[in-house]
Ligand binder design. Sequence first.
Ligand code: NAP
Length: 453
Amino acid sequence: MKVLVTGATGFVGKKICRKLILAGYQLVISTRSKKRTEKDFPYPAEIIEWDYANQDFDAKHLEGVDSVIHLMGESIASGRWTSDRKERLYKSRIESTNKIVKAIHQSPSVKSFLAASAVGYYPFSDQEGFDESAKPGDSFLANLCVDWEKASENLPSKVRRCVFRLGMVLGHGGAMEKLESLFSYGLTSPLGSGKQWMSWIAIEDLVDIFFKALTEESFHGVYNAVSPHPVRNKEFHKSLAKSFSRPLLPSTPSFILKTVLGEMSQVVLGSQKVLPKRLLEQGFSFRRRTLEECFQHLYPHGAFTKVVEKDLFLEGHDLSIFDFFQDEKNLDQLTPDFLNFKVLGKNTPEIQEGTEIYYRLKLNGIPFRWKTLIRRWEPPYLFVDTQESGPYQVWDHTHTFEATDRGVMVSDKVYWKLPIPFISLPIAGFKVRSDVKKIFAFRKQKMEELFGR
Ligand SMILES: NC(=O)c1ccc[n+]([C@@H]2O[C@H](COP(=O)([O-])OP(=O)(O)OC[C@H]3O[C@@H](n4cnc5c(N)ncnc54)[C@H](OP(=O)(O)O)[C@@H]3O)[C@@H](O)[C@H]2O)c1
């Protein structure tokens, strides 16, 4: 099965592409910059450069494509809505949809079309809960969503169409990534009255929803892609403050937000209690039903923890790649010279759960001893090493290995936190972040050299 994904390089798109690759799909992705995407996109894909404003979508790119997942669009919440930005917000969604729909009309292979919309579709209301049958609002965002959805209504009748009205997506990326540092410093405050409803969804659930809609014919029409438990803004920030062990500050007055954000303030001040009626009717089971569960999963180490998530897909390999990691000495090869990294030994003959591994390394010229504990060892699928003593307050590294017919996905997820983070993060955070980035860039390059085909 072949799927075209637009917006594949974005927060949601990348996670959906990961799932598709693991499920054995072939990917075609469109982007504004082929060069950047070839460098950064971690999954095997045919990459198409598309300037939607000046070009039609060439139907030849849909040859053999079974489904289209259309996510692209100028970011809604990353700045004031100047008239230029409003035009980009609108055109990048509506014009691009019109052009893709036109191309689908010339492409007999396409059988389904899944697209993003947003809960901004609904009116602002403090009381009402909106299911999919509710009437739209009349704000800039509501009108944008109405036109965005309408643009895909005239697909060929044989094409199954699903449109998802997304709530705020919670994960390591998107809005939360931008705000985590503020929250870490205790700047967690309800916005405006704090009474406005927020409709949210965990990224894992959203990916599952798209995947189900792709694979199950029973999915069609419009769905609210939100958790069944929307919360009031004050509750959201209270829960966040609790996860970060920070006090909740008094509310930020609405007039400040309106002055700073202009019209965009409606995204944070507007109340929209949106319910996933159709998903529940179709038996969709949410992995993160409550906000507490979602934050516990996202921030297991509390405030000031940074997360690095990296995937590398090695074509033509299988899970035997795990063997390389059975010998801790191989770690030297995956670590850049500037760390002066050396494995010194371990306390069991073979690596197993509970093994301690000892290393030395240098950070910014300062020598450190490092001891990690293998806290999970599940060959050939997963292992987790966590710092027992060393330069970080937290270093917890999960390595996963997932096989497909085409190759193996090697993934790293690291939580790291500096000691005395309140002070060290503003002073050294930038340097450490850049070093961690270099470490993973080197690791990727080395793995490609060692295992590339
Ligand atoms: N994340 C949320 O909380 C949320 C909530 C409601 C709705 N949504 C909607 O869901 C979709 C995916 O969200 P996301 O969070 O993954 O978005 P994102 O991270 O901002 O990614 C969107 C992608 O669209 C492309 N893009 C950005 N600006 C563009 C422009 N001016 N013209 C054409 N393409 C542009 C970019 O791809 P290239 O750089 O490769 O071209 C980008 O990777 C979006 O349409 C968004 O509005 C998201």
